[in-house]
Design a protein around this ligand. Sequence first.
Ligand SMILES: C[C@H](NC(=O)O)C(=O)O
Ligand SMILES: [Zn+2]
Length: 584
Amino acid sequence: LITNETAAREFANEVNAGSEVVMYNFVAASWNYNTNITTENQQAMVDESLKLALFDQAVEANASRYDWKNFSDTDLNRLFSKLVDIGTAAMTDKVKLERLNNIMSEMEAIYSTGKVCLTENNCLPLDPDLSRLMATSTDYDELLTVWKGWRDATGAKIKDLYKEFVSLSNEAIVQNGYPDTGAYWKSWYDTPTFEEDLKTLFETLKPLYVNLHAYTRKKLKERYGADKFPTSGHIPAHILGNMWAQTWGNLFDLLEPYPGKDDIDVTPQMVQQNYTAEKMFQVSDEFFKSLGLIEMPSEFWDHSMLKKPTDGRDVVCHASAWDFYNKKDFRVKQCTDITMEDLITVHHEMGHIEYYLQYKDQHVVYRDGANPGFHEAVGDVISLSVQTPTHLQKIGLLPEVTNDEEAEINFLMKMALQKIAFLPFGYLIDQWRWSVFSGETTPDNYNQKWWDLRCGLQGISPPEDRTEDDFDPGAKFHIPGNTPYIRYFVSFVIQFQFHKSLCQAAGQNVPLHQCDIYQSTAAGQKLSEMLKLGSSKPWPEAMMMIAGEDKMNAAALMEYFQPLTTWLIEQNDVYKLVFAESNP
Ligand SMILES: C[C@H](NC(=O)O)C(=O)O
Ligand SMILES: [Zn+2]
């Protein structure tokens, strides 16, 4: 084995140059497919993914000729540990590797072109039509038709492909040295106690969720009649204002504790002011600039897809941010709707772009979040400031701000419907997926296991019987899209740690939920120092830099919501808080 570390560093630099080219070609082909779903674009993307896999296999073979585990240079050791860790690209059987990539692109196409026909010739896509229906309809049966129709159009059609995907992904990952795909995904957090840490966080936060769930259930019973609810205490999954019941913000008009206060859902103001998708991204870019961070380059504005095309093309509408690995080309693809919910998503995606910009000069293997949760947290931290009534007033979306206890509870309720409601969902998706990859959940149990978790952890139940012919996990983008999900649960915890620390840096001596770091270059400096690291350091070091502690900690989230927690407990005294831990 080669022990010369100077030669090793030179090899790593050559790989970096080569990677940028091969990665660019793959990302560009993937972008073309995602923004124009056709069989030729699909084939072109699969071709590029095979070239990338062969390149990665060659890098791994060459890197393995070095005695990198014994390098004295710890950075070189870390860098090589990533060079040899090539994921499913380790699959040496090219036919199987092509099949794996074809299945993934096929599942994504089925999901992204799914439609629900409400009448013979009125077939609606998820974005924006079905999402709007789920957000605004209060018709129990209409919601059920859409909820079921979407699952018939996507999950049910993906089930067999997913089964084959699991076995091929596992076969590939074994060649990369992991027992199964879930173990590989967990390795990105490089923490032996990762699963226990997550469980502790979830149990710590569960009381906040149970209180919000009880309050929401009470209000929904008033709207739909108690007879529509199972006696077990679960809430039917289709009436929470969202296709997956993952956030409940669209129920704010029902759940607002003190109606008649400031209209903190600024969607009407955005529409009234003729907001465009472009404007929404400019508002976000301006916030990042105000912190002294890097503004969007011209390529971003020239090449992004900021709204759904109207030329009939099929596209993957699920919002995402793209790094083309050439240090110049960064894009967002979003079928932006003119709503506050989408303004928040805009900031989420722009947070990814800011991370790409900040670490663009790192070695390619370090152009990632400190851990995947970090990447999901950046934009959300910014949007915690953006959503404050005082900030919305500053940018002209809220005419006036009432500063009293009731308005504060209203605001915290709106934030809880976005952040606390999400926690069990963010937690359970990969509990399901890890159990599938490990073989604990077999294909004839896919849907049963899904609903055990949805009922047991999230306290929601299927509004009509489900069977193993259904595949309800497949109706959520990240399953056919093969995007890991625990990153969002991690993000929803750590973003409050980041927020608390950046608020201190900004000299904001107000309650956490009132803090707005806008225009604080001190906060921006602290954030950019961490972002520049990419994944070049273990994530606890990055966490220490930005949050002053090296662990995930729910305390900041609980501090943020404290006034609402107190209020909910008072409200809920009269209502039993539980829902059965099992399927009703
Ligand atoms: C929370 C997650 N966000 C994202 O995909 O960007 C979702 O939309 O389900
Ligand atoms: Zn994201």
